[in-house]
Design a binder for this molecule. Structure first.
Ligand code: ATP
Ligand code: MG
Length: 587
């Protein structure tokens, strides 16, 4: 696997289960024939070189989001750490809504996070729709063994007869029809003889079960629809809850990890696999399902429906808008794959549903970027600073370290000249208490340059400061002997006006202004932060002109910024703010 920066993973209940299974040799006898298949296929194989098999099974009907990153890090991380493999599986059994664009974005995102599916000399990228033949055969087998029947009740009758949480359901009048009759009808369904909804194949389990999912759940339905992979070969499609255990079993999955809402489905998952093992179609040991709590993150929405709405109604600019919690958006925003892996490890895996504070994710990104990103100077809200006693037309080199904790990353040259850009907030004509930066009469250090003394300012007709004047103290240049002879309290950053790269910078902030968008009776769209992006023209140090798309930097005093991978032109990068240096949202 291609994961580059392994982070020591914390123990969790799923890792404990895997460890126990490995100790007990629960899966040691499994055979693997080199590809997914039924019991007779795998019987031709050799002992599985993968100690465990997990899978990440997205439906290709949307872009992956930060919640998926949790599942990806869990499934791929566990397989990596225990000598196994994680299958990349497209759960494409539903003929509608699935598109190649989504397939591509999903494989991109998983690889970007640092994971791959090449292992033991082969690729483990699978499509569930390739298993339709087997799924159909499994359904016929259930009919033949008396474990499934074709039901011709209307949808309304089925609903009425399902019962409630406190009341048992009623058996369908078709429940005890002869297997041969169900089989004939099921084949008619497959052959296109019946319209959508005319009849359905159901498992025969127990209409009185306290678990409603076991009250004869549907396993195949008629759907005259073209499938992106199988075209018009099928007009019946398996239900998700029937298809999923079969996909796992065919692929030799050992630990099938899913989110808690599938907990009540687990008995049916086991039921299906056991019936098919009895019929000889599947071999023991069978896959086992384990549930963990899904990620809920404050200040974002992680529902596919809502994300689609945000994109389609143009509240954001496409699926990779840097404000979206999609992985494509996070990538453009400058979030680091290592940051996601750190986050997944830090939040852990458990069975209790809870909200994770968005700050935790941001802190992970800050931590990773603090160590990896080189430092640069950027003036985001520029006003002029003129050094009155510095000769016009002259310039000189100052040296700025690329990383304060990593001297091996070296220095770069930043030119200094008579006219500089500084931050508007670094000058106050009448300083407030405790203000140590520029005000008339005060001395500050120009970072990596000289100490200057503020002389005063010029203003426009409206009274806004346009230019600040100062004079420099020639013997105080940083890095020269005696530089520290003049002590100052303020230290400000600057960019030479003659050399600056004037660039578009996008100051992104959270997309929602409420921690729980749409909580109570609010519409989540009303909770959108109206100031989630501000586009400015900033003055950047010249070296930033050479930034390549996706290069990340710390702009000193401001935060982490990344060269936009989409809109940047060669020699003309545009920068996105990834995250500020400190959390500005803490109440
Ligand atoms: P849908 O709402 O359409 O079912 P989904 O978010 O469950 O979408 P899938 O494509 O089915 O999307 O998800 C793939 C995998 O990612 C599943 O195993 C699912 O459990 C996991 N997953 C999805 N959302 C989260 C989340 N918020 N936290 C953790 N895992 C998640
Ligand atoms: Mg799902």
């Amino acid at each position: 696997m291609s994961d580059k920066t392994p982070i020591a993973p914390a123990a969790n209940f799923i890792r404990n289960i895997v460890e126990r299974d490995l100790e007990q040799g629960t899966y040691a006898q499994r055979l693997w024939a080199g590809s997914p298949g039924d019991a007779s296929h795998q019987a031709t194989g050799t002992p599985d070189p993968a100690k465990i098999r997990t899978r990440f099974p997205p439906e290709p009907n949307g872009y992956l989001h930060i919640g998926h990153a949790k599942s990806i890090c869990l499934n791929f991380g566990i397989a990596r750490d225990f000598g196994g493999v994680c299958h990349m599986r497209f759960d494409d059994t539903n003929p509608e809504k699935e598109e190649q664009e989504y397939v591509d974005s999903i494989t991109d995102a998983v690889q970007w996070l640092g994971f791959g599916w090449e292992a033991f000399g082969q690729s483990h990228l699978y499509y569930a729709s390739n298993y339709f033949d087997f799924m159909y055969r499994a359904a016929e087998s259930l009919i033949e063994s008396g474990h499934a029947y074709v039901d011709q009740q209307t949808a309304e009758e089925m609903r009425q007869n399902r019962g409630t949480l406190t009341e048992a359901g009623k058996n369908s009048p078709w429940r005890d029809r002869p297997a041969a009759e169900s089989l004939a009808l099921f084949r008619e369904m497959r052959n296109g003889k019946h319209p959508d909804g005319a009849m359905i194949l159901r498992a025969k389990i127990d209409m009185a079960s306290p678990n409603i999912n076991l009250r004869d759940p549907a396993i195949y339905r008629i759907k005259h629809a073209t499938h992106h992979n199988t075209g018009d070969k099928w007009c019946i499609y398996p239900m998700y809850t029937f298809a999923h255990p079969l996909e796992d079993a065919l692929e030799g999955v050992t630990h099938s990890l899913c989110t808690l809402e599938f907990e009540d489905q687990r008995p049916f998952y086991d039921w299906v696999l056991l019936r098919l093992a009895e019929a000889g179609l599947l071999a023991h040991p069978l896959p086992k399902q384990y549930e963990f709590s899904r990620l809920n993150l404050s200040y974002v929405v992680l529902s596919k429906r809502k994300l689609i709405e945000l994109v389609e109604n143009q509240h954001v600019n496409g699926w990779d808008d840097p404000r979206l919690p999609t992985l494509a958006g996070a990538r453009r925003r400058g979030y680091a794959p290592e940051g996601f892996r750190l986050f997944a490890d830090r939040i852990g895996v458990s069975k209790s549903d809870s909200w994770i504070e968005y700050t935790i994710l941001e802190d992970c990104m800050r931590e990773v970027l603090n160590s990896s990103a080189e430092r640069r100077i950027a003036v985001l809200d520029p006003i002029k600073l003129v050094i009155d006693n510095y000769p016009e037309g002259q310039s000189e080199d100052c040296h700025a370290p690329n990383h304060p904790q990593k001297p091996e990353l070296g220095h770069r040259v930043v030119p200094l000249s008579r006219e500089l850009w500084i931050e508007r907030e670094d000058f106050m004509e009448e300083p407030s208490k405790g203000y140590f930066r520029l005000f008339p009469g005060n001395q500050v250090r120009l970072r990596y340059g000289y100490v200057v003394k503020c002389l005063g300012c010029e203003k426009d007709a409206a009274g806004n400061v346009t230019t600040v004047h100062c004079e420099y103290l020639p013997d105080t240049k940083s890095g020269t002997p005696g530089a520290d002879s003049v002590k100052v309290k303020g230290n400000i950053h600057w960019v030479s006006a003659a050399h600056a790269y004037s660039a578009e910078v996008r100051l992104y902030d959270r997309l929602f202004k409420e921690a729980h968008p749409g909580a109570g009776d609010r519409n989540y769209l009303d909770d959108i932060n109206p100031d989630s992006v501000k586009t400015i023209t900033a003055q950047l140090e010249p070296a930033l002109k050479d930034a390549k798309p996706e290069d990340s930097f710390q702009f000193e005093r401001h935060g982490y910024f990344v060269a936009d991978r989409k809109d940047s032109q060669p020699g003309q990068p545009i920068f996105n703010r990834t995250v500020t240096l400190r959390d500005n949202w803490q109440k």
